[in-house]
Design a protein around this ligand. Structure first.
Ligand SMILES: [Zn+2]
Length: 396
């Protein structure tokens, strides 16, 4: 019998528990067993020295694309999520009904990152897209938005499917012609399934208020700070009243940085007007993993640079997305009894350049750098790299 793992000396930031200070944690049986100001390791306990580091609940990324090898967007999930401090991720509609069984079998069930998904209303999902040659949007053919197929897959995968995803961009939907019909079909599927919709709006031919009119409590507006048509600001750089009304009725704003969907000026302008994102997510995929996104911690660092306090930023990658997933208390916090999924970061101070998706560079003074990921009580990554299972050993 192995003993407990004691994570000692770090600064615990656990917004759900109201903690930002030095704490030691004991992990046992895949759960958090104790959180105390100071703890001594007993005989048989493994000890991890977290001094000088931030200790957070394993981060949760509400928007990634990890169907590698099937979608042109897909990246491998464990090297891009688990290795970088993300212990729970949500694939945002890479798979539609026709390919979801393969996504479940070959990705969800074999990766170590805790992975859930939104199902694309287009049954082909993101096998094609604007970036492929030929460039063919998943809603070029409205018959792909097939409600019965989506519902059948939802019923078989309720344990992992959180909702329905739709991308509303004119160039993905027959010059916009199919956008409204497909949006209504996504709404119909989500309602029939009793699940929310997650909607992408950059470059939509539909005005954002028309899209928001279809959105209800629990639905997610991702890419909320994009700088294209159908964004949250009007021409005078004021947040649209329809956006405030949507937030009031419980529509959730998610960052979904991506390769084209995060603009410093939009984020800063909206936040100054009191509109904050509910969750910070990366929209990590093949075209941004080598910049400007890199990883979720870098996206969090961009919000620190914009003036968001550390606790508020951490909340938006831990307990806030956990609540969206219906998993509050199990993940996104390190309260006693929660999953032993945690991440250790170095909060570096200096001058660091960050780039948005309009190529604007800003200099921040802090940067969160992943140092260790613990999943289910076991050290699974060091310095941003996975620890191979075969050479895994205790880290003291
Ligand atoms: Zn995306």
């Amino acid at each position: 019998m192995s003993g407990r793992t004691i994570v000692r000396g770090g600064t615990l930031v656990d917004p759900a528990a109201g903690i930002n200070g030095r704490r030691d944690l004991a992990l046992e049986g895949g759960r958090v067993a104790a959180v105390e100001a100071r703890m001594e390791a007993g005989p048989g306990d493994e000890e991890i020295d977290a001094s000088g580091l931030l200790v957070t609940p394993g981060l949760i990324d509400l928007h990634v694309h990890v169907f590698a090898g099937v979608s042109h967007y897909g990246v491998e999930v464990d090297p891009t999520c688990l290795a970088k401090g993300v212990t729970t991720a949500v694939d945002a509609g890479t798979a539609g009904a026709f390919i979801f069984p393969g996504f479940r079998k070959y990705v969800i069930e074999v990766c170590e990152t805790r992975l859930k998904a939104f199902l694309n209303i287009s049954c082909v999902g993101l096998v094609t897209g604007a970036e492929t040659n030929p460039s063919i949007g998943e809603l070029e053919e409205i018959r792909y938005a097939h409600v019965p197929s989506a519902l059948a897959v939802v019923e078989k995968n309720r344990d992992v499917i959180l909702g329905i995803k739709i991308r509303l961009s004119a160039n993905l939907a027959r010059n916009g012609e199919n956008e409204l019909p497909a949006l209504k079909l996504a709404r119909e599927a989500a309602d029939a399934a009793g699940l929310p919709v997650m909607i992408h709006t950059p470059k939509s031919s539909l005005p954002l208020p028309r899209i928001l009119a279809e959105m209800r409590r629990g639905d997610i507006l991702t890419h909320c700070f994009h700088g294209h048509e159908s964004g949250i600001l009007n021409r005078e750089w004021k947040v649209l009243p329809e956006v405030r009304q949507a937030i009031e009725r419980g529509v959730h704003l998610d960052v979904g940085h991506g390769k084209g969907s995060f603009t410093f000026r939009v984020a800063e302008t909206a936040m100054r007007q009191g509109v904050l994102p509910g969750t910070i997510s990366s929209d990590l995929h093949r075209y941004n993993v080598n910049g400007p996104v890199f990883d979720l911690a870098t996206t969090v660092s961009k919000f620190l640079l914009l003036g968001m306090p550390l606790e508020q930023a951490i909340e938006r990658v831990t307990s806030a997305p956990a609540a969206v997933m219906g998993m509050a208390g199990l993940v996104g916090t390190l309260r006693v009894g929660a999953a032993a999924d945690l991440a250790l970061f170095e909060l570096q101070e200096g001058r660091f350049e960050f780039v948005d998706t309009f190529n604007e560079t800003r200099v921040g003074e802090r940067r969160m750098v992943p140092k260790m990921t613990i999943r289910n009580g076991t050290v699974r990554a060091l310095d941003g790299q996975l620890v191979p299972r075969s050479v895994q050993k205790s880290v003291g």
